[in-house]
Design a protein. Sequence first.
Lengths: 117, 130
Amino acid sequence: MLPVTLRRLLASTVCTAGLVLATAAPALATNKTDDGDDPGPGLSVIETLLWFVVLPAGLFVVIAILATLPSMSRGPRYRPGLGWWAAPVWFNGPDDADSAVRTATATTGGGGASARW
Amino acid sequence: MPAGEAFSERQQQDVVRAIRLAQQQSQLPVSVYVGTLEGDSRATALQLHGALGDDAPQTVLVAVDPGARRVEVVTGSEVRRRLDDRAAGLAAMTMTSAFQAGDLSGGIASGVLALAEHAHAPRSLHTDTP
C-alpha cells in the first residue's frame, strides 16, 4: 500500500493529465488546417525537449540561484529561537582569553543587570 | 546550524565603533563577549569579568548568549559608582528589544552607547570647582 500523500499525488497527476487531454482532444483529433494556416516544419524530439523542458528548467534554476544568492553570500544570520552556531567573540577582551578565564577569580562587589529575551 | 562567523565585517565594525565611542565620550571601558555562557549565566559572566584582570574594576562587561537568549551586564566595583544597576538594566533592555528582532550587532552597539550615555563623567579634582 502506498503512503497517503503519494496516492493523492498520483491521483491528482492522473486527473490533471486526463482533464488536459480531454479538453485538448478536439485539437488533437484533426489534422486538417484552417484557412490561412501556414504550419512550418515540425520540431524534432530533441528540439521539443530543448524548448519545453530544458529551457524552463534552466530558467527555474537561474532564477532560484539569483533569489538565494544574496542571503547565501551574507552567511547564516542570527534568528531568535534557532540556536547559536558561531565561535565566541570577545571585543576588547583579554589577549589570551582561554587561560585568562581559567585562572581568573570571579568578580565580587560589582553590579550590573541581567535580562532575557 | 552551520558553522560560521558570528558577525560580518560590517557588523563587527559597528560594535567596535560603539565601544570606541563609549571610551572617547564617557571614558567608559566596555568589553563585549558574545558566546555561550555555560551553567549559571550570571556566574559565568562574573568569571569572564574577572578575567579582564587589572582593568576589571573600571570595566563594564556585556556578555550576550544568543543561544540561551540571555544578556548579562557586569559592572566592576569602581565603575559601578558612575553606572548604577538601574542604568545597566535600561541598557540591557535596549539590547534585548533589538535582539528580539534578530538584530544582534545593532542591539549590542546601541546597548554599549546607552551605557556610555548613562555613565557620568568621572569626577576630577579642581576642574569642576570655580
